[in-house]
Write a protein that binds this ligand. Structure first.
Ligand code: NAD
Length: 310
């Protein structure tokens, strides 16, 4: 595949803005494209805020941060696709919206451009149905917040060539991420694991086994610390497979296998309480508690990354 210099990120929301910032940090020229000018303004503000945090934490110098900011262009004009070497789409998570976008964009880009979607779990093979040259298209699933979390899932759809999957993986490696290649199953690997955990947490609260705060503590002070440096299979090896086999023998049948969203998740969703994005979720985020929580998360993730990967 050709050398990549110009990257277009389509969708300048939560994910796109942070992904753009990451590529710019590693010297790529980045265009953040969005249909809404207000989204572009918000993205620019968010990237500046993230940069202030990174400078204050010594992750980048003031000069590096200023150079990074200059490498990002914000636009709602489609002509950016004409010179793209790599397009990563991070727009709305709806198949029909992604189809409309890719049907057009794949015909505007150079024939040898590499293409990827940051979908959280929609089928890469289904998205590819409308793409001109589907062999150059695959999944590149970043994890929120993309500028801090190392994992990227690379998804090889039915039509994705080995060469394109490798090129997407190489782009992840080029920005110091930890890519993992997974097949095109719903939710890929990360969201299958994450949602299995969430379902059991909701079940624990609904059954009165533990309160939401206690469930969060169990994760933060117990499993989370383990899983920051060991995977579940490594944890089993260290604890003993005989122990885990015996626990599984009596516990699997007692765990939730509900098929629909339920409990507190359904309740908050129906009330329109979506979390930090609108002031209330499982917890209260009014009066600046939203920004406080985001700052706390970013500082802790930065410290953790320093411990684990430097
Ligand atoms: N938020 C997460 O935790 C997360 C994690 C991993 C993957 N994702 C995936 O990334 C994608 C984006 O998620 P997000 O959280 O950044 O959403 P978001 O709502 O914050 O941002 C989406 C942006 O796309 C823009 N947009 C919508 N239609 C467009 C179009 N046709 N062309 C250009 N721009 C368009 C919107 O204006 C908005 O700015 C989704 O597919 C989502 O599933 C999200």
């Amino acid at each position: 595949m050709k050398e990549i210099k110009n990257i277009v990120i389509a969708g300048a929301g939560t994910m796109g803005s942070s992904m753009g910032q990451t590529f710019a940090k590693y010297g790529y020229d980045v265009v953040l494209y969005d249909v809404f000018p207000a989204a572009l303004e918000k993205a620019e503000k968010l990237i500046r805020l993230n940069q202030e945090t990174e400078v204050s934490q010594g992750v980048v110098t003031q000069e590096e941060s200023e150079a990074l900011l200059k490498r990002i262009i914000y636009t709602d004009a489609k002509d950016c696709f004409g010179t793209a070497d790599f397009v990563v789409e991070a727009i709305l998570e709806k198949l029909e919206v992604k189809h409309t976008f890719w049907e057009e964009a794949s015909r505007l880009v150079p024939r040898d451009a590499l293409l990827a979607s940051n979908t959280s779990g929609l089928s890469i093979s289904r998205i590819a149905e409308v793409i001109e040259g589907p062999e150059r298209f695959g999944g590149m699933h970043w994890i929120n917040p993309p500028h801090l979390i190392p994992l990227i899932e690379v998804i090889q759809g039915k039509e994705t060539s080995d060469e394109a999957a490798e090129a997407i993986r190489d782009m992840a490696l080029a920005v110091d991420k930890k890519p993992v290649i997974v097949q095109d199953a719903p939710g890929f690997a990360l969201n299958r694991i994450q949602l299995a955990v969430l379902r059991e947490c909701l079940h624990i609260v609904e059954e009165g086994i533990a309160a939401p705060e206690a469930v969060d503590d169990v994760m933060k002070y117990g499993l989370g610390m383990r899983y920051a440096c060991l995977g579940p299979f490594e944890v089993c090896d260290l604890g003993g497979l005989d122990i885990f086999y015996n626990i599984a023998s009596y516990l699997f049948e007692d765990l939730s296998d509900r098929k629909e969203p339920f409990g507190m998740l359904a309740d908050r969703f129906e009330k329109g309480q979506y979390g930090v994005k609108n002031g209330a979720g499982f917890y209260d985020y009014s009066d600046g508690k939203d920004a406080e929580k985001i700052r706390y998360r970013d500082q802790m993730f930065t410290k953790l990354a320093k411990c684990l990967f430097e």
